[in-house]
Design a protein around this ligand. Sequence first.
Ligand SMILES: [Fe+2]
Length: 249
Amino acid sequence: MGIFSNIFGKSEPPAPPVDFSSVITDMHSHLIPGIDDGAQTIEDSIILIKGLYKLGFRKLITTPHIMSDYYKNTPENINAGLDKVREAIAKEGIEMQIDAAAEYYLDEQFLDKLKAPNVLTFRDKYLLFETSYINRPDNLYACIFAIQAQGLKAVMAHPERYPFFYEDFDEYKRLHDRGVLLQLNTNSLTGYYSPAARMIAMKLIDANLIDFIGTDCHHTKHLDSLFRVQNDKYLKKIITSDSLLNRTL
Ligand SMILES: [Fe+2]
């Protein structure tokens, strides 16, 4: 140990960055080309999938938006797109397993889509949903009730990104108590979306309210941020938490 390490008190080397290999599965991304605001070409899909592999993931459940006004996706076109992505992965020789579900937007048509026999869920009947970022949806609890009444498990995408919850942190606890599972966007921890989303993300982790983490990867800017988040102490905290369900998928 040299004089400089004594002066600066650096007797321990910094902890190595965490990777996602213990998480195994990412359950939120936009990797099917040309059907939403994620990957636009199959080449984009492959770049993103190679990046996610490098981060340590070995299984992806990709979740295109289903939104009546903007992304009129259906189980049929999502599954057809999934086949193309699988073919490309095999051709490239990437050892990544990929399935598809969806990120359902809670709009007026949502309840009809929910009743369809081929509603898109993953693993243990988990249904991923998002809401407006601007207004607290009037139908939030009605939709949650409808999801659960159908025997499905409601998973709220990126709860830390909805500003209308920020004034009332207990709302997250109420949702969780109602059986809503909460999925944090890993990139919220870098401040990628906003400083407020980062603060709430940390608070949700401290309150043990996070059940899943997801990359919500749409493009290479998200990927760059994911490589940066690997040094974040809150990422380490959530990845080592027993409550994280990603590894059960
Ligand atoms: Fe998303």
